[in-house]
Design a protein around this ligand. Structure first.
Ligand SMILES: [Zn+2]
Length: 312
């Protein structure tokens, strides 16, 4: 069997496909703010909407020839369908929250989902934890969630260094995350740590758990070396990155440092298809002259970390 891995999806967000920016793009923070508002406004039939999106997403993945997937679910709803789908990979249950008082509650919700499904996971389709991103998780929740992932040896996934806004907020305490996102959604921001997003994860003790890091665009060379030294892997989602005006991930720097890099489409809310072959085409064009097409294509041909193919 030829492996074809789409290492980053959010199948349950497929109902937000109409929020996907066009090719000229939309600033990351205004897109994210819109997305959160839409999720908060969703009515009582949200579960049916999520289930339908997941069903459609799995069909799209299978039709594209995908064999392996790394999916993020905030609700746990995609786990059952993915275990039954024949696809291999990891479903990461997402935790986030900026309110310190809700840290235990948020983690317990994710734990309940993970505990319920772990007895049914397979070595080739596992259940893991996603701690969303540096700017959306309170430090107390980071500590508790990382402690949980460490004790349970869970596969871990983290979005990091996706937008210039994230970099500017964490390292300089400025930019549209403060002016638009936190303010518009009435969220209390974390105190800016005044270091790069990747350095922040290292300071929290996250990198030593060898997470799958998604996006990693706004990185200093020291960040790349830090990721390599900790044996982390990264996922590159070029079409989402372009449409959210996040810039070009320095793929050549990661490959030169020996970091395993995967390709992912991201959700339909920021990418027009779940077909990883479309992602490959854009990635080859985006990195022309810097990374060979063969090296990029090889990124589709490896299973996710922490999984073992039972058929081999
Ligand atoms: Zn994502």
């Amino acid at each position: 069997m030829t492996i074809l891995t789409n290492a980053h999806t959010h199948l349950e967000l497929g109902w937000l496909a109409d929020a996907c920016p066009g090719v000229s793009g939309q600033p990351f923070v205004s897109w994210l703010t819109h997305l959160v508002e839409r999720r908060w406004r969703l009515g009582s039939d949200w579960r049916r909407i999520y289930e339908a999106a997941i069903e459609d997403g799995i069909l799209e993945l299978l039709a594209s020839g995908a064999t392996h997937v790394g999916d993020i679910t905030a609700t746990g709803i995609s786990i059952g369908p993915l275990l039954a789908s024949g696809l291999k990979g990891i479903v990461y249950v997402e935790v986030l929250g900026l309110d310190e008082a809700q840290a235990d509650e948020r983690l317990n919700q994710a734990r309940a989902i993970i505990d319920a499904w772990r007895p049914k996971e397979r070595s080739d389709m596992r259940v893991g934890l996603s701690i969303h991103a540096p700017y959306s998780v309170h430090p107390v929740l980071w500590e508790k969630a990382l402690d949980y992932a460490r004790r349970e040896a869970l596969p871990l996934c983290i979005h990091v260094a996706e937008s210039a806004a994230e970099y500017d907020y964490l390292s300089l305490d400025t930019g549209p995350l403060v002016d638009e996102y936190y303010l518009a959604l009435n969220l209390s921001p974390i105190r800016a740590p005044m270091v790069t997003p990747v350095q922040y994860l290292d300071n929290l003790g996250a990198l030593e758990l060898k997470p799958l890091l998604v996006h990693t665009i706004h990185v200093a060379q020291e960040d790349v070396l830090r990721i390599a030294a900790n044996d982390c892997s990264v996922v590159h989602c070029p079409r989402s990155n372009l449409r959210l005006q996040c810039g070009r991930m320095p793929l050549e720097a990661f490959l030169a440092a020996g970091v395993p890099v995967y390709l992912g489409t991201d959700s339909r809310a920021s990418c027009p298809s779940l077909d990883i072959r479309d992602e490959l085409e854009v990635a080859v064009a985006l990195h022309h002259g810097k990374v060979s097409p063969e090296a990029i294509e090889a990124m589709l041909r490896r299973p996710l970390p922490y999984t073992v193919d039972e058929s081999t």
